[in-house]
Ligand binder design. Structure first.
Ligand SMILES: C[C@@](CO)(OP(=O)(O)O)[C@H](O)COP(=O)(O)OP(=O)(O)OC[C@H]1O[C@@H](n2ccc(N)nc2=O)[C@H](O)[C@@H]1O
Ligand SMILES: Nc1ncnc2c1ncn2[C@@H]1O[C@H](COP(=O)(O)OP(=O)(O)O)[C@@H](O)[C@H]1O
Length: 337
């Protein structure tokens, strides 16, 4: 049975859409989650402490189909998770402070998506009548093991925010539903809802209209060529393709481009170099607005052979291999918490 529903987003920033149409094929998602439950490791969980992954994502393809009057671009993209990412540790406190360690270089605490997500969730708990006042909820010490590069197109900041929302919903026993958490997530960034939902997805709009997608799950070699790409600079570029024809998800599953690749390669020669290098082994793609590029392989052995060559030929690039997952490792771990 496929159930469709819509919800109205209240209190949204002005540039966000008035009505979000989120189509979720519950059956597919619930069945897949059930299967994952038995296969995933529990990272660490007690009544007052919880450790959870914040996985990376790839945009397996990304087409830009238009631009809204507010400047935001309309996309069609396939999101898939990787079994590789940051890890967050949460420990409730005796007072109501929210702390984050270590600080992330170049990101002040009040701008960090982890702290913003925690504060926003606490405000929402009050406005939804879950607690009388914010100070009724215990504070939390959050520790981050940051692995994902910033501005890499792997969605690290968005994933950290989603993990924080789900972890604190659990530890604070708020029982806020997934729709509410996805809506809160969208206020923090366009990519947060897919990490909250936890299922590989076909996304439209600015990434908020999500439809679960069952993608193949190859091993990927990912290269970060050592530079940070500015998302606004890419979206603001006059030469960016903004008029790709809209296609169906079925067609996208057969393959697609990343419309940002031409502009990003021109602005950042290191990205062009990484794409060229990886194109010798298959079809290399940019994820999001970069800077990371990736290529799919049928098995782990092939991927590690390519990693070995990279270590010899391009020792300055940061590289890793990881498997694509249709269920987020976050949801797999949370199912056992
Ligand atoms: C395009 C994607 C695909 O995954 O790129 P990556 O960030 O992952 O590389 C994301 O949706 C990005 O999402 P996110 O990184 O959260 O972008 P935001 O902070 O919301 O937007 C940064 C800026 O980029 C521009 N922007 C962003 C998204 C969009 N669909 N159209 C835009 O024009 C806007 O100028 C905005 O001010
Ligand atoms: N917890 C966080 N981790 C990473 N970046 C963060 C975080 N909080 C805020 N940011 C900001 O978000 C920007 C985008 O980071 P990130 O999501 O990792 O990249 P991308 O969107 O390219 O995948 C960073 O440049 C940084 O300024």
């Amino acid at each position: 049975m496929h159930q469709r529903y819509r919800y109205q987003q209240d209190g949204r920033p002005a540039h966000r859409p008035a009505v979000l149409l989120i189509t979720v094929e519950f059956d597919l998602v619930q069945r897949a989650r059930h299967l994952t439950r038995t296969a995933s490791p529990v990272i660490h969980s007690t009544l007052s402490a919880l450790s959870l992954p914040a996985p990376a994502k790839l945009n397996r393809m990304l087409h830009i189909t238009g631009q809204r009057p507010d400047g935001y671009h309309e996309l069609q993209t396939l999101f898939q998770f990787l079994d590789h990412g940051d890890t967050l540790h949460f420990q409730l406190r005796d007072d109501d402070a929210i702390t984050l360690t270590p600080a992330i270089d170049g990101v002040p605490e009040e701008a960090n998506l982890i702290v913003r997500a925690a504060r926003r969730l606490r405000e929402t708990a009050v406005s939804y009548g879950k607690v009388a006042e914010a100070s009724a909820l215990p504070g939390v010490d959050i520790q981050i093991e940051k692995v994902l590069p910033m501005g890499g197109g792997l969605g690290g900041g968005s994933s950290d925010a989603a993990t924080t929302l789900l972890a604190l919903n659990h530890l604070w026993q708020l029982s806020l539903d997934e729709d509410t958490l996805a809506e809160l997530g969208l206020e923090l960034g366009a990519d947060v809802p897919v990490f909250v939902r936890g299922f590989a997805a076909w996304a439209e709009g600015i990434g908020e209209k999500l439809m679960p997608a069952a993608l193949d799950t190859p091993w990927f070699v990912v290269i970060h060529p050592g530079i940070e790409v500015s998302t606004p600079a890419v979206f603001g570029h006059p030469q960016l393709t903004r008029s790709s024809p809209a296609i169906s998800m079925a067609r996208a599953l057969q393959g697609g481009r990343n419309d940002c690749e031409v502009v990003v390669s021109a602005l950042y020669p290191a990205v062009a170099d990484a794409l060229n290098w990886l194109n010798h082994f298959g079809t290399a793609r940019l994820t999001g607005t970069g800077a990371c590029v990736f290529c799919a392989f049928d098995d782990a052995r092939q991927a590690s052979k390519v990693l070995g060559r990279l270590a010899c030929e391009r020792p300055t690039w940061h590289t890793f291999s990881a498997r694509g997952c249709n269920i987020s490792p976050l949801h797999a771990a949370l199912a056992q918490a």
